[in-house]
Design a protein. Sequence first.
Length: 467
Amino acid sequence: MTEEKNPGKFAQWLERTKSSIMKQWAYCSEGVWTDQQNNFKVNTVKTLNLTVRSFMSSDLQSSACALTYRTLLAVVPALALLFAIGRGFGFQNILQSQLYQYFPSQRKALEVAFTFVDSCLEQASEGIFVGVGIVFLLWTLISLLDSVETTFNNIWGIRIDRPFTRKVTDYLAICIILPVLMICSGGLRIFMSTAIQKLLPFDFVGPVLGDILDIVSILFGCLFFTGAYMLIPNTKVKFRNAIFTGLISGLAFQLLQWLFISGQIYVAKYNAIYGSFSFLPLMLIWMQLSWLITLTGALLCRSSQEIYLFSYEHQTDNISGAYRRKVCLAVLTVIIKRFKEGEKPLNVAELSANFIIPPRLTAIVVNFLLDCKLIARLAPTENEIEVDTPLIPTTSPEHYTLGHVLDVLSNHGEAQFLSVFDNEFKPLLDLCDKLDTEFRQNASSVLLSEIHLPLNKNLKSDVSMPR
């Protein structure tokens, strides 16, 4: 009898487990975007959800391939500039050893690149490389940096680029400061190693010190990714999001280095196929995977910072016309009342944050009101971008009656352009127009500025929308 019951209990347990898994999947895939709790668990699920969705739809593989090609073109010019500065400081050997240490899995590729660099610098010292050659060298580097910035901006959904003059100054600063930092980092490492060994002349100091300096090197790599995620996109990136994704990307990059170093068994197979050029396909694979890690980190950084933008995304995409009209009226009423009472006007981000309206829906509604000429943006200041500018009414508050606003919202766009349709369905269309006219007449005496709303006086001001 027990044997007969066990299959039934197992089936019930299996059904409960299946139901629980399906509920969790439904929550993680769709339901989490309607969960307004602001805690670590909910935010983590939203971040992973958005990252996976964006990764599947953004085609980062193609972006990584394009950056790999541009990086391959810029390797020799970049190293030439690096070594030219290193020779000026007298630290060429230190710089070379640092590159071997940072990229241990690409030692063979670096050795080949160094031969090209020596030839490039010899030509420059003889005067043949001056003029057009230097311009080509700098343009190759600037083109690579511009491609990286464009890719990061696409990941963040940013449509506004840096001004050309700022691009030139920023990119040249990177090309000059980065070699100096690498030289200083190598000198600091040697200095610390020598000083500590003199202060603590024990046998165990050498191995322990080496492990400590390796950990410091990994941390520097994580900080490099953090700085890239904060500075490259043309938007404000919060430090806590950048440092979180910088740590993940830095550790993933170190893992990639370890996999290429420990997988030397595959080099023999590539040697049998490619001969002396076996390092080239391995370097290309490593370079593409490195860019893929970098871009995935940028995607994770954006997802962790902007999860609030995708709340109620499905509902917003399928919003009814009547409910959208109600949201339009609510947003317009807030703008008019604040203008009438002489209070500080709000921008899109502040409207969304202070009145608990999904940012995406707020942006859609504001753009629709702008198209209807019911509101306008204040002129942006010198350091302000248009999307951050406050919103104000286009006319005095006394002109905004409920009937007038509904008339403008309903009749915005093209109408009565199908003559056959208008003639065939004239009785029905006349009835619809009559009902609309009667409703607007009844609402013509209602001023939006006189409607009582529980407007929040403790407004948040430290919010922003993506560019």
